[in-house]
Design a protein. Structure first.
Length: 134
């Protein structure tokens, strides 16, 4: 279910069906955490942070395409954090998307406001899948 949902998210993103991509990625994220709990493997083990980091970054990118900037910032930051902790080179993707978003919103004079608005969601996301908004 984890891989299937993740692949569905990728396809939906490719087809620019971003709402469906977000749903699929969130299913993959939740299924990944359930699987880790079932096998008793700690989420901090080895490279275990890379996959959820990629999923969260992909959710953030989909929100960026939908121009849901508060959500995009929170998910991209969380994904970037996990990918950097895993020392995964794909951390460059959410970093780049955040830079793009910063530039776009800075030109509109809204970046600081959106960043502040994203803080609560970012804090929720840091606590794990139980707080993942639907």
């Amino acid at each position: 279910l984890v891989e299937l949902s993740f692949e569905l998210g990728l396809l939906c993103s490719e087809w620019e069906e971003h709402a469906e991509a977000i749903r699929a990625y969130k299913q993959a994220y939740a299924a990944w955490h359930r699987l880790r709990a079932q096998v008793g493997e700690p989420e901090q083990a080895g490279g275990a942070r890379a996959f959820p980091g990629k999923v969260l970054a992909n959710i953030g990118t989909a929100y960026l395409h939908r121009q849901a900037f508060r959500e995009a910032v929170a998910y991209l930051r969380c994904g970037q954090d996990l990918l950097e902790q895993a020392q995964d080179e794909e951390a460059a993707i959410p970093r780049s998307n955040l830079a793009l978003l910063r530039q776009l919103l800075h030109e509109r004079g809204r970046f600081k406001q959106v960043w502040r608005e994203s803080l609560h969601l970012y804090a929720q996301l840091k606590t794990g899948p139980a707080t993942l908004p639907s």
